[in-house]
Design a protein around this ligand. Sequence first.
Ligand SMILES: Cc1cc2nc3c(=O)[nH]c(=O)nc-3n(C[C@H](O)[C@H](O)[C@H](O)COP(=O)(O)O)c2cc1C
Length: 365
Amino acid sequence: MATENIYGENHTIKHILNQKMDFSLFDGSFEGRKADHIRLALEARMQAVGGSGLDQVQLVHEALPDLDFHEISLATRLFGRDLAAPMFVSSMTAGHAGSVNLNVTLARVAESRGWAMGVGSQRRQLFDHTADAEWLEVRKAAPKLILFGNIGLAQLIEASVDDIRRLADSLEAAAMIVHLNPLQECLQPEGTPHYRGGFKALERLVRELKLPVIVKETGCGFSQATLMRLNGLGLAAVDIGGYGGTHWGRIEGGRAGDNEKLKRTAETFRDWGIATTEGLVAAVALRPDYMVWASGGLRSGLDAAKTVAMGATLAGFAKPLIEAALGGEECLDQTMQALEYEFKTALFCTGAKDVAQLREMKAWR
Ligand SMILES: Cc1cc2nc3c(=O)[nH]c(=O)nc-3n(C[C@H](O)[C@H](O)[C@H](O)COP(=O)(O)O)c2cc1C
């Protein structure tokens, strides 16, 4: 299944990291910013390692499961459709020179493994219709994939619902994700920290889009108060996107160059956020009218199983999958297979035959 990735055939992660300056750091362009984000996201110092809280969660071991491993199923339903596993590729990239091949790789493998996938921010498409073409390529590669569109709250406030519908239609999205990233907006030289009217914009979108709407954070998580405010809006899901993995304070700090103000602020806020487990527990305790999805620092199938045992409907991965996708389709497929195998192992060792049973058992502490 070896395919060419955006860097050319046979280029491994190591190779890409060794030739870092293929990505033009700090050149200030849109292309440069997107490339910076991917390159920096792969660096260990950009990760809030251990902060997700998942290391402190244990699933309760069952020494005598009344099951054969092959009976175990990860199958899940989402928006009336089937997924082979309750896992998804979390939103990452879109709208730049490198994103087409990367998204085709992610989409092709996600479809073949029966996962869902979110695309990266479609901001560029709002003002550049030629960017729609990316999704023709992706759809050609993965016609049956359950895809989610993606737009930032600051852009949603400015856009019309018809604009957002066009973004969703361009990729035949099953749902539209609105991402919240207030910290990143403050730390990006190009940031748009304009959130006034955001709640109203969400209300309007849910009312008029006629597609499921999902709200997510991007690595700083949600407080219980915000999760309560989102209840009753009619959202399909809230993706916790908690602290514990990729951290945009750290990444934007890495891009601040000689901007001392942004560099210093990024350093001050390098540990800002609410852990994934804290947000997840708070959300599930509310018994909200939306599904709760978990992401932010999930690094194994066991992590995903923990979040599902805690009440999440779906578990999302970003950094581990972009890293694998840069190694090509085979590398990504192997990574996703391993995540599934770890998840199934967690089911076998808790005595749960499927995802629903794992959730009902609440076998975590
Ligand atoms: C390179 C990269 C680009 C990202 N771009 C977006 C984006 O455009 N929209 C979005 O909602 N989230 C974006 N994210 C955030 C992820 O979807 C996810 O919420 C966050 O990275 C936490 O997951 P992780 O710890 O598994 O990486 C991006 C993440 C990475 C690594």
